[in-house]
Structure formats: structure tokens, C-alpha cells
Design a protein around this ligand. Structure first.
Ligand SMILES: C[S@@+](CC[C@H](N)C(=O)[O-])C[C@H]1O[C@@H](n2cnc3c(N)ncnc32)[C@H](O)[C@@H]1O
Length: 378
């Protein structure tokens, strides 16, 4: 008689995730299945759920920029958020799983001629569309002397050709859930980011660990649901990689209307969430600590004249001093946000644990995640 398989113990799924086995051991099979899914799609209308298309409209600034992006590219957008922060002039931006490049086209305008945008994707058909309009868009629409963007075929688990510390901002839109090795994706992101750099990305998360039959179902996988991480496992993975204090910015539930898919996922609920992960080696603590630091937002980020939401529980009212923990101080003082904030105080005196309730100023901020996705310290 064959010996019974060892019983699944709590935490096995987390172990599989850490070992790059969340979607099973056939990594190439998962990638082939995903590649085929995105090769076959010709428009976002082909999708069966809302997971791979944003529910919330982009900001007015981004909407205005999208008007100049070629129609075919906008039509073949399969993202689940708008990971396009304003005020990134001059930055080096990397888009993980750029698809046909909608976000890269907008980012190319945002960074200006002195910034640069690299889009990486494994599906040749997607990249062919992205490349088709690049030259004309850069020179004729944006009026740049030469293109400030490029599209590279590659795998986000191994960013060949992207130098250590060479990127200021990594964006990604509804992609990491599709990867069979999410630990490798985050490690690579950490490697290629410069100190003070940030991963600002939207992806699908789940309120529980999904059973194997859901994780490996080709349609659920392609629709960005099967590979969705349980929120707390994502937070654990991010911290283990070095991103000690993941911050959730906004989150929205994904609606599944297809009856067969609904039946397959059962009671599981899915959320499209935008996270911010800062690479601040040695500067972020696992819990919020108080050093008496005060941060003031200057109102200088485009589109954020009256205030700025760092995350779903820190809304800085322009020119209003706000007591912050050491982690938040580092996020606004030692990253690309630095020119827009003034931080008073340092970490020379410790006053104990930071009061982790949302600050009064945060009451005007976007509603806290329905998925309890906030991974922040406060
Ligand atoms: C849901 S689409 C999103 C595309 C794009 N970010 C957008 O918003 O339109 C997912 C994309 O990720 C790419 N992709 C999935 N897994 C990948 C991997 N492991 N390495 C590189 N690209 C990957 C697919 O080829 C596809 O173009």
C-alpha cells in the first residue's frame, strides 16, 4: 500500500510561497499557460472578470495623459489599478509585466526627457504592440529628441540586464499574482532598486490561502485570481525580502460575475490593492517607534496641492505639521518624496512605541482597506 501523503499543516502554503512553489512545482507550465492567455487576448473586453481591469478611475491628471496614448494600447490594458504616482520627473522607472505598455507610455511623459522608463514582459505579442507606437509617441507626441523608453522581453523573477541599484521606482499593474515565484520577484525588485527607491504597484490579493485546484486553474490564473496571495502572506514575504513596512494605499473588491468562476472560488474574496514598498536598508523598523519627528508636506507634488496620501492611514494636509513614526519620517525624507516634505527631528531620542491609531489628519484620507490590507506600522 502506498504511504499516505503527509498531512498539510498550517503554514505549509506559506512555506511553498517562500520556496517559489505557491503555484506548484511546474514553473514553466504556469508561465506557458499565462503567456498563452495573454497572447490570445485582443482587448480587455475578452476578460471574464473585473480583476484585470481597473474599477476605480485614474486621477484627472492621469486621465488627461491617457488621451495621448495610442488607442490600441489603451484598449489592451489589463491592469487593476493606477500605479502612476505624480511628481516623478527625472526618475528611472521599471514596469514589471508591462504588457502592451499603457503605464509605460504615461510614465514616459511623467518622467520627462531626462528620466527613463523600461518595460519588461515575457509575452512577445504584448511587447510587439508596445513597441509599435513608441518612436512616434516619444518624438511626435511628447516632442522628445529621442525615446526615453524601451521594452524588453524577460522574466520578472530574473531581471537579466537590469543592473543592481539602477532603478528609482518600480511600478507593476496586475502581474505579480501571475508569477509562480513571487519571492524571486520581490528579491529582484530589491536588488535593482537604488537605496531610497520604491515599488509602487497594484495587484490582486485574497482574504485567505487558496486551495491548489483554484491556484492552478488556467482561467482563474489568467484572470489574476488563482495566483492571488493571501494578504498576510504577501506582507510576510515583503518583510522577509527587506521591505520592512509595506504600506497599503488603496484597495477595492474584485467582482466576479461569471457563475462557474464564482463557484470555483467559493467564499474567497479578492481585492485589488495598491501597495508601496520602500527600499530603505536599515532605516525601517518592524514596528512603529516614536522619536518626536514631525513631517510637513509642502503641497508641491503635482495634483496634490492641498494634501497628500502617503498611504491609507497617513494623509498629510498641506503645511500642517504631523507627528510621525521613524518609518514614516524615513519614507518622506529619504526617498523621491524628499523635496516635497520637511522633517523636523531625528532619531537621537526614543520616546517609546508610536501610538498606532490613525492620526486625526488621516480622517480625510481614502477609506481603509476592506481587506484589512494595511501593512503599515500605524
Ligand atoms: C494582467 S496583464 C497586465 C499587463 C500590464 N501591466 C497592464 O496593466 O496592461 C499581465 C502581464 O504580465 C506578463 N507576465 C506575467 N507573468 C510574467 C513573468 N513571470 N515575467 C514577465 N512577464 C509576465 C504577461 O505577459 C502580461 O502581459
Amino acid at each position: 500500500m502506498a504511504s499516505a501523503a503527509p498531512p498539510k499543516v498550517p503554514g505549509t502554503a506559506l512555506l511553498e510561497l517562500m520556496q517559489g512553489q505557491q503555484l506548484g512545482s511546474d514553473q514553466q507550465g504556469v508561465k506557458d499557460s499565462v503567456k498563452q492567455y495573454y497572447t490570445d487576448l485582443t482587448s480587455s473586453k475578452d476578460l471574464l472578470t473585473s480583476a484585470c481591469t481597473t474599477c476605480k478611475a485614474p486621477s484627472p491628471d492621469v486621465r488627461a495623459m491617457l488621451k495621448d496614448v495610442p488607442a490600441e494600447i489603451v484598449d489592451r490594458y489589463y491592469g487593476c489599478g493606477t500605479p502612476l504616482p505624480m511628481g516623478i520627473t527625472g526618475l528611472r522607472v521599471l514596469d514589471l509585466g508591462c504588457g502592451t505598455g499603457r503605464d509605460c507610455y504615461v510614465a514616459a511623459r511623467m518622467v520627462g526627457p531626462n528620466g527613463f522608463v523600461t518595460g519588461v514582459d515575457m509575452t512577445p505579442d504584448q511587447l510587439a504592440v508596445a513597441r509599435q507606437y513608441m518612436e512616434q509617441y516619444n518624438t511626435q507626441v511628447l516632442g522628445y529628441p529621442k525615446p526615453n523608453m524601451r521594452f524588453v522581453q524577460g522574466h520578472i523573477e530574473k531581471l537579466d540586464g537590469v543592473e543592481d541599484g539602477s532603478q528609482d521606482l518600480i511600478i507593476s499593474n496586475c502581474v505579480i499574482n501571475l508569477s509562480p515565484d513571487k519571492a524571486a520577484v520581490l528579491s529582484e525588485a530589491w536588488r535593482v532598486l537604488a537605496p531610497g527607491g520604491e515599488v509602487y504597484f497594484s495587484d490582486i490579493y485574497c482574504d485567505r490561502r487558496l486551495p491548489a485546484e483554484v491556484r492552478t486553474h488556467p482561467v482563474l490564473l489568467g484572470e489574476c485570481l488563482g495566483g492571488a496571495l493571501y494578504t498576510n502572506d504577501f506582507l510576510r514575504l515583503a518583510r522577509q525580502t527587506g521591505f520592512m513596512d509595506p504600506r497599503s494605499l488603496e484597495s477595492e473588491e474584485v467582482i466576479i460575475t461569471d457563475p462557474a468562476l464564482k463557484d470555483l472560488v467559493g467564499n474567497a474574496r479578492f481585492y485589488s490593492t495598491t501597495y508601496r514598498l520602500f527600499k530603505l536598508p536599515g532605516r525601517l523598523e518592524d514596528l512603529c517607534e516614536e522619536y518626536g519627528q514631525v513631517a510637513v508636506y509642502k503641497g508641491t507634488l503635482p495634483g496634490h496641492k492641498h494634501g497628500y496620501a502617503l498611504d491609507d492611514h497617513h494623509f498629510f494636509v498641506t503645511n500642517k505639521p504631523m507627528l510621525v513614526c521613524g518609518n514614516t519620517a524615513a519614507m518622506v525624507e529619504e526617498t523621491w518624496l524628499a523635496p516635497h516634505f520637511q522633517v523636523v527631528g531625528d532619531r537621537s531620542v526614543h520616546y517609546g512605541a508610536f501610538d498606532c491609531g490613525p492620526s486625526p489628519a488621516a480622517s480625510g484620507a481614502p477609506a481603509a482597506s476592506k481587506a484589512s490590507a494595511a501593512g503599515g506600522c500605524c
